[in-house]
Write a protein that binds this ligand. Structure first.
Ligand SMILES: [Zn+2]
Length: 164
């Protein structure tokens, strides 16, 4: 399931307009798509989920931390707490709309492309990039201990700028 790849959103003219007049845009395509997407996965399209979903999925494939999305929401004058952003991101992840990529103990990125792929993480710049599909990362999958199966393999290849 790759909802983020198949959905096409028109570039919206700024969220402020949408948040002030939600009724006027409910018939608009992007808003409608987010609503349908939430319904499809069994999440009630609350205002906050709609707003965050619209920001997340309206701009193509993205890698965002909760803090980044919170900042975006604040700039767009969407009234939402950081805790709600966290909860919403985790709910979206649980239903498969997002994929969580843990970069270190305290930092997680949420990927709007939930399909299987791996990442480069640029240390110091805190940015996460997709590794192109043609570059195979995992050669031989290890045999899991008895009684376990591999759920998925996440590879994060850490990069730093070459010195000199
Ligand atoms: Zn990715």
């Amino acid at each position: 399931m790759t909802p983020s790849r198949t959905m096409v959103f028109t570039t919206a003219e700024g969220f402020e307009q949408l948040s002030q007049e939600p009724r006027a845009v409910l018939t608009g395509c992007p808003w409608h798509d987010v609503k349908a997407m939430l319904r499809d996965v069994g999440l009630r399209p609350t205002r906050q989920r709609m707003a965050l979903g619209w920001m997340l999925f309206g701009k193509g494939d993205r890698h965002l931390t909760a803090e980044m999305l919170y900042e975006e929401a604040t700039k767009a004058k969407v009234s939402v707490s950081l805790a709600t952003v966290y909860n919403t991101l985790h709910q979206f992840t649980e239903v498969g709309l997002l994929r969580q990529v843990a970069v270190n103990g305290s930092k997680s990125y949420f990927d709007t492309n939930a399909s299987q792929h791996h990442h480069f993480f640029i240390e110091g710049e805190n940015s996460l990039l997709d590794i192109p599909d043609r570059d195979v990362v995992v050669g031989k999958t290890p045999i899991p201990p008895a009684g376990y199966e591999i759920a998925r393999v996440d590879v994060v290849v850490r990069l730093r700028r070459k010195s000199g």
